[in-house]
Ligand binder design. Structure first.
Ligand SMILES: Nc1ncnc2c1ncn2[C@@H]1O[C@H](COP(=O)(O)OP(=O)(O)O)[C@@H](O)[C@H]1O
Ligand SMILES: [Mg+2]
Length: 218
C-alpha cells in the first residue's frame, strides 16, 4: 500500500528559489527510504511537503492516497498528529521539563490515553528508563535524540520522517539511532523516510532517492 506520493512536485519559495523541480516519489508501507544529496539539494523541502508541513507550488502530494492541496489547516494538522511524525536534527525538547514530562506534555496535547504507561514503555524500549527525571541539558546528544524519537512514537505514527536525525551526533551514537530506526521499521512496521547528506549511512536504507538541485537523479 502506498503511503506517500509526490507527483511532479515543484516548490518555489517567495524569493524565487526553485527548491524542487518536478519531483516524483512513491513510498510504500514498511519501506525504509533514504533521501540523499548535498546541502541545498532540496531534501528538507521535500520532507516538509510529504509531512504536510508545507504545500507544493505545483504538482500534488498524496498522504495515504489523499491529495493535500484541498486540505485545510485542521485536516493537515490531524495527519501530523495521528499518522506522520517528524524527527529533526535539532531535538526541540522542552528545556525546563524532564524526559518523562516532555513525553507526557505532548501526549496530553494529542489527547492520548494511558499516556504514562505508554511513555514509560517507550522510554524503556529506547533505553532511557534511567533518565526519566533528567532534563535535556543533562543528556548526551544521542540521548536527547532518543527522547525526541520517543516523543514522535507516542502517537503511534504509521510514518516517521527524519531530517538529518544524526546531524549533531557522533558516528557511534548516530549508528545506534539508525539501528533503532531499523528495529522500529522491522518490529513495528513503521515506514521511514530519512534525509541525510552523510554517505556513510547508505547501507541502512532499503532504497535511496538521490536529489540534486531539486531533482531526482540516478
Ligand atoms: N524558506 C526558504 N526560502 C527561500 N529559500 C529556501 C527556503 N528554504 C530552503 N530554501 C532554499 O531551497 C533550496 C533547498 O533547500 P533545502 O530543502 O533546505 O535543502 P537541503 O535540506 O537538501 O539542504 C536551497 O537553495 C535553500 O537555500
Ligand atoms: Mg536540510
Amino acid at each position: 500500500m502506498e503511503v506517500i506520493r509526490a507527483k511532479d512536485v515543484w516548490k518555489v519559495y517567495p524569493d524565487g528559489t526553485q527548491a524542487l523541480k518536478g519531483v516524483n516519489l512513491s513510498v510504500n508501507r514498511g519501506e525504509f527510504v533514504g533521501v540523499m544529496g548535498p546541502s541545498g539539494s532540496g531534501k528538507s523541502t521535500l520532507l516538509h511537503l510529504i509531512g504536510g508541513l508545507d504545500k507544493p507550488s505545483e504538482g500534488e502530494v498524496f498522504l495515504f492516497k489523499k491529495p493535500i492541496s484541498p486540505m485545510g489547516e485542521d485536516e493537515l494538522a490531524e495527519f501530523r498528529k495521528r499518522k506522520v511524525a517528524y524527527v529533526f536534527q535539532f531535538y526541540y525538547l522542552l528545556e525546563d521539563f524532564n524526559v518523562l514530562e516532555n513525553l507526557l506534555l505532548i501526549a496530553q496535547l494529542l489527547g492520548i490515553k494511558d499516556a504514562k504507561d505508554k511513555a514509560l514503555e517507550l522510554l524503556e524500549f529506547l533505553r532511557l528508563s534511567h533518565r526519566l527525571n533528567h532534563k535535556p541539558y543533562q543528556l548526551s546528544g544521542g540521548e536527547q535524540q532518543r527522547v525526541a524519537i520517543a516523543r514522535a512514537l507516542i502517537s503511534e505514527p504509521a510514518v516517521i520522517l527524519a531530517d538529518e536525525p544524526t546531524g549533531n551526533i557522533d558516528w557511534e551514537e548516530g549508528r545506534k539511532i539508525f539501528e533503532l530506526f531499523r528495529k522500529l521499521n522491522e518490529e513495528k512496521g513503521i515506514t521511514f523516510v530519512v534525509a541525510t547528506h552523510n554517505p556513510d549511512l547508505k547501507p541502512f536504507f532499503h532504497r535511496i532517492v538521490n536529489l540534486k538541485d531539486g531533482q531526482v537523479v540516478d
